[in-house]
Ligand binder design. Structure first.
Ligand code: ATP
Ligand code: MG
Length: 449
């Protein structure tokens, strides 16, 4: 039984609750808040004689008066049957077969009710590894069975299109009201089945401002290392959800609290663990706060910038020493970038479309030091200037570069060409090259260290 604070409702055992049906006049979900495309899918499934419910985050967020990110549908129709009903339908997934009904840019995910399977010996399509991890999850079941295999009670509520009621098999309604994130079933076993649920617990706690119920919270720190076995591509997707949902800073602090951050970014964690309030911590906090602000203002955010901030300090530590003969600072950054990406890819993948801009953001940093001649204008014209400049400001906020340098670049951009000319610093030739460059190397920058 979970440990609970006296007087709290946490100890209510899920299994003692009977399924509850909350009729349409006793809950806050209104069809006007549901995407018309999701409604279309629900109605058509229902008209064809199938059960059709909205489920998961959509129901949870509607009940909380929040705007759902997307709408997922659950049904007793099998994927092939769903496909027959919708021309704009594609079946996807092997580990978890799903139907996607596509309406332009909106995709409504339709999943068939599934049952929990306890071992791989059953007939059907469920497979578990020896460590109890789910490898395949295609055993179809009833709506109630479907509820029990979901992760948290608040994610297992069904909005039934046949009578507009909410169906609650696991006590999710009560937990929504209490602001509690509670694992369905035995938390340790459920984390072992799928360790990513630990990250999900943190993500939802931060996003919804919910408390993680005691028994749900208890095993997390100990089981954290199970995340090392999860495919880097899946963890990458999870990292995006963790940090691009508008609560990045809170999420980061919570991840560190549960000792999970280091399972995603071990090199960053090593740096952070050394110094509690140093530059790296400041830089990451500012980056995450900026990200949250941009999302709040509806501005775009890029994973490249996020990864650039998270991996900047670990990358710097891999740079060859500043006095390495024949090597500019830019080259040193390039070498270290390649290393850090290879190393990080063992934990979370970093797709090229993000790692390339990330490397550019980094490699442009030393060029901000050069404020004479034609170089500032050239830097300004660089396609990645804006992101690199934002990154410079971030370093400024963290106290890593002089505020004066940041201000100079802020001003410089706003001037007309004549005024820009006046801002340039005098060309200095005092620095003697320490070495001869190889004739072919076209490195644009002398070492700025
Ligand atoms: P979001 O607002 O981030 O989309 P969500 O709750 O909808 O939150 P999804 O990842 O979209 O999360 O998953 C939809 C639903 O599928 C969840 O609400 C949950 O019921 C179930 N689910 C998703 N991932 C898992 C998992 N790893 N283990 C068990 N159930 C899961
Ligand atoms: Mg969702």
């Amino acid at each position: 039984m979970p440990e609970t604070e006296p007087g709290k409702t946490e100890s209510t055992a899920i299994s003692e609750q009977t399924p509850t049906i909350i009729p349409r006049d006793q809950h806050a979900i209104s069809r006007s808040n549901i995407s018309p495309n999701a409604l279309k899918v629900l109605y058509r499934l229902h008209a064809a004689g199938y059960q059709a419910c909205l489920v998961g985050g959509g129901v949870r967020d509607l009940l909380l008066g929040r705007e759902p990110k997307d709408f997922d549908v659950a049904t007793d129709a099998h994927p092939e049957e769903v496909r027959k009903l919708f021309r704009n339908c594609r079946l996807i997934g092997r580990r978890f077969r799903l139907a996607h009904v596509i309406f332009g840019r909106e995709i409504i995910e339709v999943a068939t009710f599934r049952a929990q399977h306890s071992d791989g010996a059953e007939e059907g399509e469920g497979v578990m590894s020896e460590e109890g991890r789910i490898l395949r999850d295609n055993v179809y079941g009833t709506i109630e069975e479907d509820a029990w295999r979901r992760d948290f009670t608040v994610n297992a509520l069904y909005y039934d299109i046949s009578d507009f009621s909410v169906r609650d098999f696991v006590g999710g309604m009560q937990d929504i009201e209490a602001g509690l994130l509670r694992m369905i079933g035995e938390p340790e076993a459920r984390y072992r089945e799928d360790p990513v649920r630990m990250l999900r617990a943190v993500r939802f706690a931060a996003k919804l401002g919910f408390r993680i119920e005691a028994a749900t919270e208890a095993p997390i720190t100990e089981l954290g290392p199970l995340l090392f076995d999860i495919a880097p591509a899946r963890l990458f997707e999870e990292v995006l959800k963790l940090f691009l949902a508008g609560e990045a800073l809170n999420t980061f602090e919570l991840l560190r609290h549960y000792d999970l951050f280091g399972k995603l970014f071990p090199m960053t964690e090593a740096v952070l663990a050394e110094e509690v309030e140093g530059f790296p911590h400041m830089l990451i906090s500012h980056a995450l706060r900026n990200t949250d602000e941009r999302i709040d203002q509806g501005k775009p955010v890029t994973p490249a910038f996020l990864f650039a901030a998270l991996l900047w300090e670990p990358m710097r530590r891999l740079m060859p020493p500043a006095d390495t003969p024949g090597m500019s600072e830019v080259q040193a950054i390039q070498i270290a970038s390649a290393r850090i990406i290879a190393e990080q890819a063992r934990h979370t993948s970093v797709p090229k479309r993000f790692s390339l801009p990330m490397r550019e953001i980094w490699a442009l940093q030393p060029r901000f030091e050069q404020r004479a001649g034609r170089r500032p204008q050239r830097l300004l014209a660089h396609p990645r200037f804006r992101a690199a400049y934002d990154f410079l400001l971030l370093r400024g906020q963290a106290g890593e570069v002089e505020p004066e340098l940041c201000q100079w670049w802020t001003d410089f951009q706003e001037q007309n060409p004549q005024q820009q000319e006046k801002m340039l610093l005098p060309e200095t030739r005092k620095k003697r090259r320490r070495r001869r460059r190889k004739p072919r190397s076209k490195s644009p920058t002398p070492d700025a260290t």
